[in-house]
Design a protein. Structure first.
Length: 454
């Protein structure tokens, strides 16, 4: 099997299906990435926790599955290990996750329990014998009660936020604990308008950043059927989160379930799942699906979240293409040697411009007009995907990261981001930039990092 669509500097599963990032942590000088994983098929199914480690957030080494689901009671039993998070305690790596019981098989119990597992070496994990540590939600009306995100407040005080729905409203629940075994429900931390965010909140993450409190959350059951990742910035007063603003984390619709962690250098790093929710996912034919976003460092400026690829990315940039030599007479750039591993940076942008990636059969068009930015993917001249975003501020800088089947566009140094998947059938050969901003235009090949051993 040839893996033409596999990313080379984004994390993806060796085989099978990947969704949410789980348990992100720096433990014993390694970054750990766990993830929702179905090793048995390129489709969602019985969930395991896949596991990988890295020293630089790009060169990942696959490790054995960290958490296996219990044995199935029937072929249709989708009970498994749902999303969660990690924390270090007494030199152990502790995972907190949701044990999901398929309601079609287990119809007389709560379908979700919160559990923990331990590891001394960060490779082999043992589920706690006294699981679950939280057996059920605070009352019977809560449903879709999952995705615990833990954080430490002081040496013996832990908080945990859990996503849920109640009475048609998506809510985030707040728990506290002194030892990770005994948890106390404090209150509903916050809830979100169901007309915009639907009746369930998934994968909440709650942290302090630059003196404010930030919540990231995913809304998966909105009326329009879109699954989208959001953030809110605000204050945390009397165990309640009071948002000043709620914004999309990403302009496009392919990013979901972003989780963050703080590394030993006090950086708040975010990784999300990049999928293809509403169109054909061609990588299924290669036996795999789902990739992680580029790891991004978060900060706050003017009460808005700024996202920028972590600085380790700089080490992957290979020699700059000499634009003067590769620019042909029709002002197109020959990019055939870049193999769709591309970092493109443009400054001093004119009000309107177009960037077109071309191979024999496909085109990817990024089109900026007055205040909107349009993305079109063409397969044999037919529109495969089209999306448009309104830009509030003048666009001064554009950074584009392409890795085989993903494009992440950072506007004005991460003021806004649009991340999406595309499935070109060949490497792009030509790049047309119109008008061509000669002075402030750089294009680089990105060095492959995928699956390297440490
Ligand atoms: C989000 C999600 C989580 C759940 C997991 C199951 O994508 O639905 O709420 O824990 O995926 O794979």
């Amino acid at each position: 099997m040839a893996y033409f669509l596999k990313p080379q500097y984004h994390f993806s599963p060796m085989i099978g299906w990947l969704n949410d990032p789980n348990g992100l942590i720096e433990f014993k000088e390694q970054y750990h990435l766990f993830y929702q994983f179905n090793p048995n098929s390129p489709n969602w199914g019985k969930m395991h926790w896949g596991h990988a480690v890295s020293k630089d957030l790009f060169h990942w080494m696959h490790l054995p599955v960290a958490l296996y689901p219990e044995k199935s009671l029937s072929e249709k039993d989708y009970s498994g290990i749902f999303s969660g998070s990690a924390i270090e305690k007494d030199e152990q790596l502790v995972l907190m996750y949701t044990q999901y019981f398929d309601p079609d098989i287990f119809n007389n119990r709560f379908k979700e329990e919160q559990c923990i597992a331990f590891s001394k070496d960060g490779v082999n994990f043992e589920k706690h014998k006294g699981n679950p540590v939280i057996a059920k939600p605070p009352n019977q009306l809560f449903h879709d009660y999952r995705d615990p995100k833990i954080f430490k407040v002081s040496s013996n005080e832990y908080y945990c936020v859990i996503g849920a729905g109640e009475n048609g409203i998506g809510k985030v629940l707040l728990y506290t604990s002194k030892d990770l075994y005994n948890w106390h429900f404090e209150n509903v931390l916050c809830e979100f308008n169901p007309d915009c965010f639907g009746p369930v909140i998934e994968c909440p993450d709650f942290f302090q950043l630059n003196g404010k409190w930030v919540i990231l959350f995913s809304a998966g059951f909105t009326e329009k059927g879109k699954r989208k990742n959001y953030y809110a910035i605000g204050d945390f007063i009397g165990n309640k989160f009071l948002p000043d603003c709620i914004e999309s984390l990403d302009l496009a619709n392919d990013l979901y379930a972003t989780q963050t962690f703080q590394d030993k250098n006090n950086r708040r790093i975010a990784i999300g799942w990049l999928h293809t929710p509403d169109r054909n996912n061609y990588s299924v034919d290669e036996g795999w699906a789902g990739i992680m976003s580029i790891p991004k460092e978060l900060s706050i400026k003017d009460n808005r979240l700024i996202q920028q690829p972590v600085k380790e990315f700089q080490k992957l940039i290979m020699e700059k293409t000499d634009n003067d030599k590769t620019l042909s007479s029709d002002r197109t750039l020959d990019i055939s040697s870049l193999q769709n591993l591309i970092y493109l940076s443009i400054q001093n942008l004119s009000e309107g411009f177009q960037i077109v990636f071309v191979n024999k059969k496909d085109e990817l068009i990024l089109d900026k007009s007055m205040d909107s930015f349009e993305i079109t993917e063409l397969r044999n001249g037919t529109i495969e995907f089209k999306d448009a975003y309104k830009l509030e501020n003048t666009l001064d800088k554009l950074d584009v990261y392409m890795d085989k089947t993903s494009i992440e566009i950072f506007f004005n140094n991460g003021e806004k981001v649009a991340s999406f998947r595309t499935y070109p059938r060949d490497n792009y050969k030509k790049l047309i930039v119109n008008p061509f901003p000669k002075k402030s235009f750089s294009i680089f090949q990105v060095q492959p990092a995928f699956n390297c051993l440490l």
